[in-house]
Design a protein around this ligand. Structure first.
Ligand code: C5P
Length: 224
């Protein structure tokens, strides 16, 4: 049987902590990749750590959001890190997405839709007229046009995205229980896979507290 796939969000500025996360999440039941976000990527030793990481599936969550030239050059400047996946905000616009994709090579370029920490109310406050579902669908079409390799959205929108985007779907905003923290659009791991997500991103529910126990909890939850 194919294994479920999870990106563990290594959200720390401390290499020792990230080393511990990698060591303690290793298991034979779930395929694990490691996601490095702005906190670790901008930490003193983060880049060097990733440069020396071997034989892992890696995800550089840069959430690039800039003009086409800067997006393209950013992709070029992280080439040596050989990420399997890198993110760019779809709201950077079609030309920026295309410019970045042109230089991505073997790295899968993944478009970030509306952050899972936002709901309809927060979108209105930013100045958007569309609701989350419509905006995510709209952005998924743009990602398709730019020939991106994957999309990040909440597990709640996977069905909608799948109607227009046929490649990989990665879903953060995953919770074992109803404790959402700063996330707004959440679902359980089981729900997310049932909806058709290819990869889940899980941070705090795995990395806070006893990591090994949290992984076992996840395995048990998926087997229920
Ligand atoms: O701790 P938690 O499971 O909420 O972490 C989610 C991770 O996914 C964080 O690293 C966050 O930056 C990232 N992410 C997200 N929502 C997105 C894109 C990325 O939560 N839309």
């Amino acid at each position: 049987m194919k294994k479920n796939k999870i990106f563990v969000a290594c959200d720390s500025n401390n290499v020792q902590k990230v080393r511990k996360i990698i060591r303690e999440t290793r298991n034979s039941k779930i395929a694990i990749g490691y996601k490095f976000g702005l906190e670790f990527l901008n930490s003193r030793n983060g880049r060097n750590f990733i440069a020396n990481l071997k034989n892992e599936t890696t995800f550089g969550d840069y959430k690039i959001n800039d003009i086409p030239n800067t997006c393209a050059n950013t992709i070029k400047s992280i080439k040596d890190l050989k990420f399997n996946y890198v993110t760019i905000h779809i709201s950077s616009g079609l030309n920026a997405l295309k410019a970045a994709k042109r230089f991505a090579g073997n790295t899968k370029l993944v478009g970030v839709t509306i952050l899972t920490s936002l709901d309809n109310k927060s979108l209105k406050a930013i100045g958007f007229n569309k609701n989350v579902k419509k905006l995510v669908l709209h952005q998924a079409k743009l990602a398709n046009k730019a020939k991106l390799d994957g999309i990040v959205c909440s597990a709640q929108e996977v069905n909608t995205v799948k109607t227009v985007f046929k490649k990989e779907i990665i879903t953060p905003g995953i919770r074992f229980n109803s404790e959402a923290n700063d996330q707004k659009r959440i679902q359980t791991p089981k729900q997310a896979y049932e909806n058709g997500a290819d990869w889940l991103v899980i941070g705090r529910n795995i990395t806070k507290g006893n990591i090994k126990k949290n992984i076992q909890k996840l395995i048990d939850h998926l087997n229920q």
